[in-house]
Design a protein. Structure first.
Length: 130
């Protein structure tokens, strides 16, 4: 039985669903954990018992991270180049760690948001009628 067959009417607002995703909490109850490790989705919610078998964000979080981090890092690098014209080694010292921190910092919350919204909107794989 999928999460769509046994879920009742959705009473949580979109904002609370998004905040649950950012925090890595269950999209149904908002208190259980969604992740068992940094980016590994847990088998289910330990508070309400929701199975996370439906959870498949695919490449969505990585795409958003590349867009946000790319805009931020490249924009900052261009600004520093125009204002200060530092040597190339400064870019490696500043922007390599900054890129890693920003990408890892954004990946889990964005994955949580996409999975929570996938649950709230009852998104499933497309199926052909038989």
């Amino acid at each position: 039985m999928s999460h769509l067959e046994n879920s009742g009417p959705e009473t949580r607002s979109v904002a609370s669903t998004v905040w649950a995703g950012i925090a890595g909490h269950c999209p149904r109850c908002g208190s259980g954990k969604m992740f068992s490790k940094l980016l590994t989705v847990a088998p289910g919610c330990d508070a309400c018992g929701l199975s996370y078998g439906f959870a498949d964000a695919g490449d969505g979080p990585a795409v958003f991270v590349m867009l946000f981090a790319g805009f931020l890092i490249v924009g900052l690098a261009l600004l520093i180049e125009v204002l200060y014209e530092p040597p190339y080694w400064v870019y490696f010292v500043i922007f390599l760690p900054l890129t890693i921190i920003v990408c890892l910092g954004l990946l889990r919350p964005l994955k949580g948001i996409l999975l929570a919204l996938q649950y709230r909107n009852k998104a499933e794989l497309g199926r052909l009628e038989s």
